[in-house]
Design a protein around this ligand. Sequence first.
Ligand code: ZN
Length: 238
Amino acid sequence: MEPYDILKELVELQRLDSGLDDLEKHKKKFLNDIAALDANVKASQNQLQSEKKKLEELVKQRKTLEIETGTLDSHIAKYIKQQNDVKNSEQVTALGQEIEKSKLAKAQAEDKMMEILLQEDEQKIVIKTTTQTLSDEEKKAVEDKAYAQTKINDCDKAIEDKKQERAAQLAKVEAPYDRGYENIRNKGKKIAVAQVSEDNMCGGCNMNVAPQVLHDIRKKDAIINCQCGRYLYIKEYA
Ligand SMILES: [Zn+2]
């Protein structure tokens, strides 16, 4: 096989692999979409949990105040009873003061309870809205994930086909260039066969390609590597 023909097979192999890379990228995007949808639903679930917890806290606070007012009520009843039992007016006055103090504390607790009740009502609305949002998001996520999964399946099928195509193409590349190509790709370089740009740069590493190297490529009698290791070709050969 002439070097020029080997190079043409390498260019075709690169074209197939670049197509494969695009498909993988495409697939990854849809996988990321699914992950983002899951994360979004999870965030809303957490939000709902925290809103419910806030309501629980408010109810707890109100229950504590209820117990407090109950205690104050029994104190007041006790003082009133004592007032009837005591003889001297000083004690009556002192108990009267205790009763007033307890009544005031009870009124304050009741005000606070009313305030909390209003907050509970607001919080119930927040929970209702959050529940609805979560339900909408979950529903949409199911649809969007199904769509993304269809796309992923399409990608998988196309990837499978292209992998067979590239395996067949790799077999067409004469040794040792097939291994050479694989080595470059395995080092993580997506472009193993780089086109020299119009301003004489390697399409892989963007370094300038020396005139002598260009001259060698044009002679078509050898396969030329860039300093970066990639195989080089010029547009006319593509
Ligand atoms: Zn290069």
